[in-house]
Design a protein around this ligand. Structure first.
Ligand SMILES: C[S@@+](CC[C@H](N)C(=O)[O-])C[C@H]1O[C@@H](n2cnc3c(N)ncnc32)[C@H](O)[C@@H]1O
Length: 216
């Protein structure tokens, strides 16, 4: 799989924002699905649909809230994230859960192993020509019928971010996707879309799509 040219810059940026991100979640509830009934319901439906299918990998888990949420629901789940600082927070906040540092582009996933995979607000930094390869690797790693859950920013733009989470300097690109483009990428990766939830902008978050797809 191709390594994104900006991967080191993106990692350093998330390392820099990790403390502010955790503080934001803790003080405002933003980024915590339990404060957002539609996002929570999506993760609940995903959890129900992968129960009994095999282990689950939360790719781009950040400080681990969704990983821990799924573990509480009885799933055998591991979180993995590009940013060592994010993973440090995840291990501190959820010491009984399992977390690793790695990029979505460097996971070397065994074929037909996972019941579920998540790219929960964590795939939008992948360059447009790399995301299809990542989705194909996710599809191969799922057992037949296993599910991938994606949440991401909707739009057509490649936004160059220079600050995030309260003014922390960062350098990354947020690649927005139109839901129909994302659906096409999933289908091309041998995944069948089973749910497609559109959420309008709700400042400070822009329009969102949550999509779940099953391995054929
Ligand atoms: C907005 S945060 C979301 C974190 C978590 N999924 C959540 O909802 O709380 C985006 C996360 O994606 C991670 N990330 C970005 N690019 C990644 C990559 N190539 N591989 C793995 N994680 C990545 C970042 O380090 C960051 O923790």
């Amino acid at each position: 799989m191709r390594r994104p040219e900006d991967l080191d810059t993106v990692r350093e940026s998330y390392d820099r924002v990790a403390d502010a991100y955790v503080e934001m979640v803790e003080t405002t509830g933003l980024g915590d699905i339990r404060t957002h009934p539609w996002l929570q319901a999506s993760v609940d439906a995903f959890a129900a649909s992968v129960a009994g299918l095999g282990p689950v990998l939360d790719v781009g888990c950040g400080p681990g809230l969704v990983t821990a949420y799924l573990a509480e629901r009885g799933l055998d789940v591991t979180g993995v994230d590009l940013s060592p600082r994010m993973v440090e927070h995840a291990r501190r906040l959820f010491p009984t859960c399992s977390f690793q540092v790695a990029s979505a582009t460097d996971l070397d996933l065994a074929d037909a192993t996972y019941g579920g995979l998540l790219g929960w607000w964590s795939l939008f930094n992948l360059p447009r020509d790399v995301l299809p390869e990542v989705l194909a690797s996710f599809a191969r790693a799922l057992v037949p019928g296993g599910r991938l859950l994606v949440a991401t920013h909707v739009g057509d733009d490649d936004l160059e971010r220079t600050e995030a989470y309260g003014g922390v300097p960062v350098r990354w690109t947020t690649h927005q996707w139109r839901p129909e483009q994302l659906a096409s990428l999933l289908e091309a990766a041998n995944l069948a879309v089973v749910a497609d939830l559109r959420l309008p902008a709700e400042p400070p978050i822009g329009p969102t799509v949550v999509m779940c797809a099953a391995r054929r």
